[in-house]
Design a protein. Structure first.
Length: 158
């Protein structure tokens, strides 16, 4: 499957919205998570022109009830997790372009933050059977430096 990582099996649907799940380092308090999410949201507002942005909603921390937890499919596990949901106006540039710019800025401006884009459109959500991602890639080995090199190489491929 390695040659097809990062490829969609079906045509992409531009739903005019995207979800961004961010995870701070383990043990981060919810107040610090909220501060970092505000910074990330500010960066998103720099990438997306104001006239194309309809709104941003942040869900930070663990859902407080079992009902909310059962509807959350992004893997929120602690106060260090947050979902950033971005909606665009009808006359917007391609969503994937914004997502690529945000991904690049996250790498450089927030290197300690883990992030991924859960499926935002109903087609991808159905095809993923409700999972946050169709593949879970893990690099495991005895040579930590070599493993880190492979991990970086995979994470930088679009």
């Amino acid at each position: 499957m390695f040659p097809w990582l990062g490829q969609d099996f079906f045509p992409a649907v531009d739903a005019g919205r995207f979800d961004l799940h961010v995870r701070m380092t383990s043990g981060t308090r919810i107040e610090e998570t909220a501060r970092r999410v505000d910074q990330i949201e500010g960066m998103i507002r720099q990438v997306i022109p104001k006239k194309q942005l309809q709104g941003i909603i942040d869900n930070i921390g663990i859902p407080y009830s079992g009902i909310n937890l059962s509807y959350n499919t992004t893997g929120t596990m602690s106060p260090a997790d947050a979902d950033i949901i971005v909606s665009l106006n009808p006359d917007h540039e391609p969503t994937i372009g914004f997502m690529r710019q945000i991904r690049e800025r996250l790498r450089t401006q927030f290197p300690s933050v883990s992030y991924w884009y859960p499926p935002a459109d109903i087609v991808a959500q159905i095809l993923n059977f409700g999972l946050p991602a169709p593949f879970d890639v893990q690099i495991v080995g005895a040579d930590k430096v070599h493993d880190a090199t492979h991990r970086e190489q995979i994470s930088r491929s679009d």
